[in-house]
Design a protein. Structure first.
Length: 282
């Protein structure tokens, strides 16, 4: 068993949720690498007190997979840049998705995460790492963008200050024309709560603050306010399991009930409040 200190809880809780989902007979995501990682770690995952049927983080991972697969199908030799990748195992899920084995992968994260990934995850000549902050934009010099770039920021932007998140989006749009970027954001109410540290501590304990979020309308305005952003797509949540995720949400898409329902879902499952895909102009 491998000790994980000082890897953050935010990286480990998403891993645990995906592995728990992948172990189910009726799993919505196939993630054997996540199962392998959880089984190899000396860590008390029970401290999270999460339901074994919590599917929101697995659905988020599936949404990112779907968007990346669409891009890779059209740009099979492109580079996927996983910003703040944590203990995600997206590369192996996509490599098994029938889109070929020519795409390249760049993981960008801080030293503890990279060190743990290098110890526990298999190597691939198509994978490389960059050990630095996402806000040190020199990482962009390492990206081979000749055949396209797909940037993922799964579970990352909410933890950055608003100005830093927007600067990151602007610089990606400037540097990678023809590429795409996907990210998720919690409800705007959670960012407003994060602006009040004392109240945040009372309600959320020592969980890291999430000061950045945008409404769907504010996200759409990025196409006008950020040079290089050609289109903004508000992505639907993939079909899940149970009445809400398998029946209600897919049928509500585009109807008047859609927004109120998604706001309610965002209040209960903040990780799936909004899923956004930016298309950068060429």
């Amino acid at each position: 068993m491998t000790d994980v200190m000082p890897v953050t809880d935010t990286a480990l809780v998403t891993l645990w949720c995906r592995a728990s989902e992948a172990r189910r007979v009726d799993a919505i995501v196939d993630d054997p690498m996540a199962v392998r990682l959880v089984d190899s770690l000396d860590y008390d995952f029970g401290k999270f007190k999460l339901s074994a049927d919590r599917q929101d983080l697995a659905l988020r991972a599936l949404a990112f997979d779907n968007a990346a697969r669409d891009y890779l199908s059209a740009h099979p030799r492109s580079t996927v840049v996983a910003l703040g990748e944590g203990m995600q195992t997206s590369f192996w899920r996509l490599d098994a998705a029938g889109i070929g084995h020519e795409f390249r992968w760049l993981t960008l994260d801080l030293p503890p995460i990279i060190e743990l990934r290098q110890r526990l995850l298999p190597e691939s000549p198509r994978m490389s790492t960059c050990v630095q902050s996402v806000l040190d934009f020199s990482w962009m010099d390492q990206v081979d963008d000749r055949d396209g770039v797909f940037i993922t920021a799964e579970g990352l932007l909410p933890y950055l200050e608003p100005s830093d998140s927007l600067d990151l989006i602007r610089e990606c749009a400037r540097r990678f024309p023809g590429g795409q970027m996907m990210f998720d954001l919690p409800p705007k109410s959670q960012a407003l709560l994060a602006a009040r540290p004392r109240l945040w501590t009372i309600l959320r304990g020592d969980w890291p603050r999430t000061p950045f979020s945008l409404t769907v309308r504010e996200l759409a305005e990025l196409a006008d306010s950020v040079p290089g952003v050609r289109a903004v797509h508000d992505l639907p949540l993939p079909r899940g399991r149970g009445l809400l995720f398998d029946k209600v949400l897919p049928k509500a898409r585009g109807l008047p009930i859609d927004r109120p329902l998604r706001r309610w879902i965002g209040a209960n499952w903040p990780t799936i409040a909004t899923l956004t895909l930016l298309v950068f102009g060429s």
